[in-house]
Each structure stands twice: as C-alpha cells, then as structure tokens.
Design a protein around this ligand. Structure first.
Ligand code: SF4
Length: 193
C-alpha cells in the first residue's frame, strides 16, 4: 500500500473531487465565457482511466469521492461510468472502499439521471442555484432555464436523494434574493439534506 496523502498540517486527505469533463451546457457569467474553447476530447481521461485514478487515490486513503465537471451529466455515457463506481462503495470504514460518492451538478439533466444516481449508490447531490427569478437565471447562466433545474431538484428528492443548494453570492446580481432562497431552504422547497 502507498503512503496516505497528508496535508501540510499532517492531516490525512480522504476526499477527492474528480472532474469528468470541462464542458457544460450553461455559461455562467462568473465561470465561463460565452464562446468557450474546451479541451480536445483526446486530452480528457477516458472512463477506464478515471476509474483507475479513483482506485489509486483510494489506495492512498481517499474515502469520499465527488464527481464534478464542468457539468458531469453532459458527458456521453456518464451513466455507465457512475454505475461502474458503485462497486467501489463499501460498508462504513471498510478498508480500501469508499464511504460516499456525491455529485455536483447544475441540475439541467438531473431529472433524467436521478434514478440512475440512486442505483449508482449516490445518496446526495449539490445543485448550483443562484436565483429563483427565471429571467435572471437565464441571464446569469446565459442559456439555462430555471424550470429545468427546479424539475431536476424535484426529481432528485422524489428519487430519495438529499439535495444541497450551492449559491454564489453576487453583489448586484442576486443579493436581493437571499431571503427567498433561505425561505425555500427552510420550507424544504429547495433542500432536503
Ligand atoms: S453550471 Fe457550473 S460549470 Fe457550468 S458554467 Fe455554470 S458554474 Fe460553470
């Protein structure tokens, strides 16, 4: 077994974020330009390589894995990859296995993937949501639709996934909406953790 990863303070590193794509179906103002040039596909690790990489990190002490992008659910055949991760999960503290697989998403394809995520052993997802105003949502994301993301959140909850909302606070962007977003959270309209 390789030596476990340690941070400069001597703590074991047990959490890995694995980005499966740099592509996304949105173009949030703070994240991407409108006309993006993405990596050539040959420069992105294929699924076998990503699985191997995850196993290498697990041998070095990683126990929690987060799948990210870009937007992970836009990558072709992502469902097969997610299901291939399932055997990496073990019982709590089982040596050499993962305790948890999570996913960060913009929610645009969550309705389509919610059931599959549950079958893949995912128990919770983080969904990016910066506003509850449909027009502002499309302005901030340049091409997203609020209704689609909210449908995704609803489907995730119905499938049994815990949903955590990630909001980027923007002065002059969404700073009039924090109360509404928090209200939604408190009334469990947006979150179920
Ligand atoms: S949804 Fe996420 S990855 Fe996509 S453009 Fe917005 S912030 Fe970036």
């Amino acid at each position: 077994m390789l030596s476990p990863f340690m941070d400069p303070a001597g703590r074991r590193i047990s959490y890995l974020r694995l980005s499966v794509t740099d592509r996304c179906d949105m173009r949030c103002l703070y994240c991407m330009s409108e006309n993006m040039t993405f990596l050539p596909r040959d420069d992105v690790l294929d699924y076998d390589e990503l699985l191997r990489l995850a196993r290498v990190f697990m041998h070095q002490g990683v126990r929690r894995l987060r799948i990210t992008g870009g937007e992970p659910l836009v990558r072709k055949d992502i469902g097969h990859f997610l299901l291939a991760l399932r055997p990496l999960l073990g019982q709590a503290d089982e040596p050499g296995r993962l305790d948890e697989i999570t996913l960060t998403t913009n929610g645009s394809r969550l309705a389509e993937f919610a059931e599959l995520l549950v079958r893949a052993g995912v128990r919770r997802v983080n969904v990016s949501l910066d506003t509850l105003d449909p027009e502002r949502f499309t302005q901030l994301t340049r091409r997203g639709r609020l209704a689609t993301t909210l449908d995704g959140i609803r489907a995730a909850r119905e499938a049994g996934l815990a949903v955590r909302i990630n909001t980027v606070a923007m002065a002059g962007g969404n700073d009039t909406e924090f109360d509404d977003l928090l209200d939604g959270v408190e009334k469990s309209e947006l979150i179920c953790a």
